[in-house]
Design a protein around this ligand. Structure first.
Ligand code: ZN
Ligand code: ZN
Length: 298
């Protein structure tokens, strides 16, 4: 925690120069590890926060990051969400992200970017909470801001620019997540040329390597190839098609040459986490961070 606080304090200088800072809100997987929230990564650009994925715990981790020096992640700043794909480990925090900030400080609506199906997911979640919405917005006595409940969805159908503002360009690109065809990674680029790439869930993807080439920060999922050997043939088949082994991630990083490789959504399957680093090191000698929740990468 000391390390996170120190990094947060150092942030001021970074923002003065512009550019993007990454705050790991959740580094976990479907496994309910208490110290790792579900997948969620915040990219902070100037006064704004862009959150990629809404795994369980995302809103509380954002509040924790706000206390550590990132006011962009207070409730009122949770206005832009990108989803890599619609698997539950990346979206189980969605109702929290849609609704809690609207009660606790958000004054404008929420923009949600994601693959086909995201509009229906948001619409159905709002419908599922109709009792709550009715009492908060209409029949209760609670002071409320209706605009904060306005949900605008943007479905991404192909590679390319998903959002462009004066401060940042966000490109979406398809990755290979087995049978889940509509899965994207994102590349954030700021006007000073700083770039952050987030893999989402994918097996080795040529398209990711194209978009990530020479980026500053590559946040990538990973599993241990060695530990997977102990699992059943069904699980081995699944992981090979849906996720990236540490040996392959070493190959990816060796080709992409990021300024720093950041591991999240990691599956050591009971092996010591160091095993993953050992496998990556077979092919990639460069800078590497095995991220914890609330880790700050600049
Ligand atoms: Zn997935
Ligand atoms: Zn996942």
């Amino acid at each position: 925690m000391m390390r996170v606080a120190a990094a947060a304090l150092a942030l001021g200088m970074g923002l003065a120069r512009g550019g993007a800072v990454v705050v790991m809100l959740g580094t976990g997987t479907p496994n309910p590890e208490p110290e790792r929230s579900g997948p969620a990564v915040a990219v902070i650009v100037g006064s704004r926060a862009y959150v990629v994925d809404a795994g369980p715990g995302v809103v509380r981790r954002a509040a924790q990051a706000a206390r550590l020096g990132f006011p962009q992640l207070e409730s009122k700043g949770l206005t832009t969400l990108f989803l890599t794909h619609l698997h539950s480990d990346h979206t189980a925090g969605m109702p929290d992200f849609l609704l809690s900030p609207a009660v606790t400080g958000r004054t404008e609506g929420l923009e949600v970017y994601g693959p086909a199906g995201v509009a229906a997911m948001v619409r159905d979640l709002m419908r599922a909470y109709r009792v709550d919405l009715d009492i908060r917005l209409r029949r209760g006595w609670e002071p409320s801001i209706p605009a904060a409940y306005a949900m605008r969805t943007h479905e991404i159908r192909k590679d390319g620019v998903a959002l462009k503002t004066a401060d940042v360009q966000v490109e979406a690109f398809r990755v290979k997540h087995g049978a889940l065809r509509d899965s994207f990674g994102y590349r954030f680029t700021t006007p000073d040329g700083k770039s952050v790439v987030i893999s989402g869930d994918t097996t080795l993807s040529e398209n990711l390597m194209r978009y990530a080439q020479g980026c500053d920060i590559l946040v990538h999922e990973v599993y241990s190839a060695n530990a997977l050997k102990r699992r059943t043939p069904e699980w081995r088949r699944y992981h090979a098609a849906f996720h990236t082994s540490a040996v392959d991630l070493g190959r990816i990083a060796a080709r992409v040459k990021p300024r720093v490789l950041v591991l999240y959504h990691s599956l050591p399957f009971g092996d010591p986490p160091d095993q993953i680093v050992t496998e990556i090191r077979e092919n990639y000698p460069g800078p590497l961070i095995f991220a914890s929740d609330l880790e700050v990468i600049r």
